[in-house]
Design a protein around this ligand. Structure first.
Ligand SMILES: Cc1cc2nc3c(=O)[nH]c(=O)nc-3n(C[C@H](O)[C@H](O)[C@H](O)COP(=O)(O)OP(=O)(O)OC[C@H]3O[C@@H](n4cnc5c(N)ncnc54)[C@H](O)[C@@H]3O)c2cc1C
Ligand code: FES
Length: 275
């Protein structure tokens, strides 16, 4: 990557802001230099809202040939960057640096079945992975996707979910935490979707992205299925500043989440999180 994009933000114009739910919007930006931004699913970029600051967000769909990036962002009340971003309209400008980090290990996942577990906004990073697998569908085994959310009003990418539910090459299972009058699907925490699930642990990998509290319980279910901690991947969120391994903001026990992660095996994650 050249200095432009690595240290110096590229200018981008907001072309669309899609309201996903009350807290989350998907922003589509066009890079004004006309150059596409190739990236791996699960990588992130740093977005500058001029006058407010810079913050990391995951690239949430497969990169195309066009100079376009797509991010789904949750608004934090009082958040410097996310509040301002949510107030932006098409035609407004931002700065974009990246892509950064490792992303999901596509070469290691190739040839294996993949169990994707997404909680809440964790579907944003997982969406790019699912699209990558669907694009090269013959290169992977089964694709099972568990997506859990508090209630139906929190769902991301509703139209896409409808399309995936119609396909027979992806086994998408949705759940909400508590019963809701507009929902006739599965109700229960995401771990309840594991009941009755059988996979071949020798040929299956799992990816987990969601709120930190979910990781421990989903990890237990993955182990119960017999999956090795080396074949289960989680994506870590840490406060970041430079994004390029220079400032130390994201370091845990000498590991830099911005360059060594944010995706780690469960084995490495446990080592990093151990007291
Ligand atoms: C690698 C990586 C990828 C990320 N990808 C995404 C993504 O795709 N979409 C997305 O919406 N967010 C993502 N995040 C989180 C995002 O970076 C933060 O929400 C953002 O930095 C908040 O910036 P702010 O300036 O609005 O908030 P600040 O002004 O920095 O903080 C405002 C308040 O909100 C709280 N807060 C801020 N962020 C969080 C958080 N994540 N969880 C809980 N409380 C928080 C702060 O503690 C503070 O009280 C990612 C983070 C990392 C490290
Ligand atoms: S964010 Fe600066 S070292 Fe990782």
């Amino acid at each position: 990557m050249s200095r432009q994009g690595l240290y110096v933000p590229r200018s981008a114009e907001l072309v669309e802001a899609i309201e996903e739910n009350a807290l989350e919007k998907t922003f589509v930006f066009d890079l004004l230099d006309g150059e596409p931004m190739p990236y791996n699913p699960g990588q992130f970029m740093l977005l500058t809202v001029f006058g407010a600051g810079e913050a990391p967000f995951t690239l949430c769909s497969m990169p195309g040939d066009e100079p376009r990036v797509r991010l789904t962002v949750r608004r934090y009340p009082g958040g410097r960057v996310t509040e301002r971003l949510h107030g932006m309209e098409p035609g407004d400008y931002v700065g974009i640096r990246g892509p950064f980090g490792n992303g999901f290990p596509m070469d290691e996942l190739r040839g294996r079945s993949v169990l994707v577990v997404a909680g809440g906004i964790g579907m944003a990073p997982q969406r790019g992975l699912i699209e990558a697998i669907l694009n090269d569908r013959k290169d992977f085994g089964d694709l099972i996707v568990f997506y859990g959310m508090a209630g139906p009003e929190q769902m991301l990418y509703g139209d896409l979910m409808e399309q995936w539910l119609q396909r027979d090459d992806i086994d998408l299972r949705l759940t909400i935490d508590r019963p809701h009058p507009d929902w006739d699907g599965h109700v229960g925490l995401i771990t309840t979707l594991f009941e009755g699930l059988e996979v071949d642990p020798r040929t299956t990998s799992a990816t987990i992205v969601g709120p930190p509290v979910m990781y421990r319980f989903v990890a237990m279910e993955c182990r119960r299925l017999g999956l090795s901690d080396e074949h289960v991947y989680v994506s870590l969120e840490r406060r970041m500043a430079c994004g390029v391994g220079k400032c130390g903001h994201c370091a845990i026990k000498g590991t830099y989440v911005c360059i060594d992660g944010p995706v780690f095996t469960l084995a490495k994650y446990e080592q990093l999180e151990a007291e």
